[in-house]
Ligand binder design. Structure first.
Ligand SMILES: *[C@@H]1O[C@H](CO)[C@@H](O)[C@H](O)[C@H]1NC(C)=O
Length: 251
């Protein structure tokens, strides 16, 4: 039975393979498989319309999904009609604007396309959708692995629970303060001042001058600074400040 199962597995994986464009995949054991972030976003048009525009090249393996190696629909990244096919950027641009989920390209959309911190506390490539929605995980992920959950535009500051914004009156309700301080930090403006809400605030705060800085929260700042952490624009000013305000001299 085990033999039969492993035979099927080999047969299966030999049949399917992600080729051409390997973005949003990770190498696992014997083949490249989609990361959870490959399919974590929504299409901008209906899924049904996307499946007509982007024909599944391999009906056995189906469309891209986390952990599988189903071949990507060719039109998602190339004008060619057979593999191996070269990446054609115009085809990708069109796919990202319409059907990033069907194409397994969510990780390249704006909300998912940023660098994680240099030394994340968890493995960013294995973060699941359940973790992205988890009260316990969201804040840590927003700081360390923003690209895994589409938090790239959040400046490291997210609500721990997902529906705070449906009733913002809770931000000022007396009996709700402990709750919103913990669970609705972004919506209610309760993030530590080291995090910022948008890149515009980030830009203006970093251009102001000051004479003292917050202490570094990481002990790796000297190493990171040597590797360009303080100047690398892959990191937001909020991220640099939250880890290495002193070393990077960020007010
Ligand atoms: C990732 O995407 C870029 C831009 O679309 C492309 O040029 C590159 O070849 C892709 N990388 C891999 C590893 O497939």
């Amino acid at each position: 039975m085990l033999f039969l199962f492993s035979f099927l597995l080999v047969f299966f994986s030999a049949n399917a393979a992600i080729s051409g464009d390997l973005n949003c995949t990770t190498y696992k054991g014997t083949s490249f498989v989609y990361t959870p972030a490959a399919v974590a976003c929504s299409n901008l048009i209906s899924d049904a319309a996307c499946e007509v525009l982007y024909v599944d090249p391999d009906t056995t393996a189906g469309y891209p999904s986390a952990g599988t190696d189903a071949e990507r629909p060719l039109a998602c990244y190339t004008t060619a009609t057979a593999t191996p096919a070269a990446v054609v950027q115009d085809m990708k641009t069109a796919a990202l604007d319409t059907c990033p989920k069907t194409c397994g390209l969510c990780c390249q959309t704006d909300a998912y396309n940023c660098a994680n911190v240099a030394y994340p506390r968890l493995d960013c490539s294995t973060i699941t959708t359940a973790q992205c929605n988890s009260i316990i995980w969201r804040s840590i992920i927003a700081t360390d692995c923003p690209s895994a959950c589409g938090f790239c535009n959040e400046g490291g500051c997210v609500d721990a629970v997902v529906d705070c914004a449906t009733d913002i009156s809770i931000c000022t309700t007396v009996g709700m303060q402990d709750f919103v301080n913990t669970y609705c930090q972004r919506t209610c403006g309760r993030c530590p001042s080291s995090t910022t809400y948008s890149s515009t605030t980030t830009a203006s705060s970093s251009s102001s001058t000051c004479t003292s800085y917050n202490a570094d929260s990481s002990s790796h700042c000297a190493d990171w600074a040597a590797n360009g952490f303080c100047t690398n624009t892959f990191y937001t000013s909020a991220q640099r400040k939250s880890y290495c305000a002193s070393t990077c001299k960020i007010c």
